[in-house]
Design a protein around this ligand. Structure first.
Ligand SMILES: *Cc1c(COP(=O)(O)O)cnc(C)c1O
Length: 360
């Protein structure tokens, strides 16, 4: 069986060494030494001044919205994972969807300005598949209309934009370190901001707002992460070069094998290089996609319609709305299996089946 993704698992003894440290210290959670070490090592790795390790990417988004004191409407993309939208609603704000660009599959800045109202407080944009948004345009619009910007960089670990970490952009950027992501800590998230004041606020919010014994600096939530998760993050960090290289090789093989497939691919931002987090293919029609999925499933190969359906038409807590490009692309895009243990032989098998369905 070939799944669409499989979490990376390091050699168990590497993890056990950290677990033994945790046992000796009996410090299991609450900003322990391994969590602090992970934050320090990630700052080095990503070349960032500030970053906070939190429980997951969703709570990172929720804390970001809360810390920026956003109210009213937040402009966002319907082509993302549900957490991007649900966090907005959870924080008592209203998501206002704007269609995506048909090349990058990211929110289309050309359409943002028309959606701005006196109630708009921010733009929450996703770097879809790790591909940087049109950051320059988004910053320009945000500045002009005095809006805050949050980037959902859940897919964008390791991505650079104009030579800087992608997480440097926006008032706040977040990342997910969930087991299915490119780099993971089992569960986990990152909050990144350049502002020292915001960082302080976010750090308070991560820990119930507690500022000292019996004193509270702000409203907070339990956004902390554990030493066990930090340990997984620390171990996996050393494997990242191998993970990137393998995924690059696998993606290159897909592209080479699928040269004659009638399909397109998202166009990567020219100021950036791919991180190979996913292998999305935009097929000619939904009908062809469904044929492919069926044939692959028969062969015990599992893909993922990611993202499908559009968030603007599928959430029971929002009135449905249609977006021409999102609705079209989400019906035709398919993520093929991509994970560290996948072999070239397996890719050859997958692509043979795909081409057979097309050429039949
Ligand atoms: C995974 C993901 C999230 C949520 O991250 P968790 O760590 O699973 O909470 C948010 N946004 C996007 C785009 C994601 O892919």
């Amino acid at each position: 069986m070939i799944q669409v993704t499989k979490p990376f698992l390091p050699p168990i003894d590497e993890y056990q060494q950290y677990v033994e440290q945790i046992w000796k210290r009996q410090w299991l959670t609450n900003m322990g030494p391994l969590s602090s070490e992970l934050e320090m090592r990630l700052k080095e790795y990503l070349d960032l001044k500030h970053l906070l390790f939190v429980a997951n990417g969703t709570v990172a988004l929720q804390i970001a919205i809360k810390a920026l004191e956003l109210k009213g409407q937040i402009i966002t993309t319907p082509f993302s994972f549900v957490a991007t939208t649900s966090s907005i609603v959870w924080e008592g704000c209203t998501p206002v969807f704007v269609d995506i660009d048909n090349k990058s599959l990211n929110i289309d800045p050309e359409k943002i300005e028309a959606a701005i109202t006196p109630q708009t407080s921010a733009i929450l944009a996703t770097h879809v598949y790790g591909n940087p948004c049109d950051i320059d345009q988004i910053e320009r619009i945000a500045k002009k209309h005095k809006l805050k910007v949050i980037y959902d960089g859940a897919h964008a670990f390791g991505v650079k934009y104009k030579g800087k970490s992608i997480f440097e952009f926006g008032d706040i950027s977040i990342c997910s370190l969930h087991a299915t992501k490119l780099y993971h800590a089992t569960e986990g998230g990152l909050i990144i901001t350049k502002s020292p004041e915001l960082l302080k606020k976010v750090a308070l919010m991560r820990n119930f707002g507690i500022s000292g014994f019996g004193t509270y600096g702000d409203i907070g939530i339990n956004g902390k992460n554990s030493e066990f998760h930090a340990a997984m993050g620390l171990v996996n960090l050393a494997h990242l070069p191998a993970i990137f290289n393998k995924r690059k090789e696998l993606s290159t093989t897909y592209l080479r094998n699928l040269k004659t497939l009638r399909a397109t691919y998202p166009i990567w931002n020219t100021q950036s290089a791919p991180n190979f987090a996913y292998f999305p293919v935009i097929l000619e029609s939904e009908e062809f996609l469904l044929q492919l999925v069926e044939e692959l499933n028969k062969n015990q190969i599992f893909t993922r319609r990611y993202f499908y359906p559009s968030l603007a038409s599928s959430l029971p807590y929002l009135a449905p709305s249609a977006f021409a490009i999102t609705d079209d692309i989400s019906k035709r895009v398919l993520c093929l299996p991509l994970y560290h243990d996948l072999t070239i032989e397996e890719i050859n098998l997958i692509t043979r089946i795909i081409l057979r369905v097309q050429n039949n």
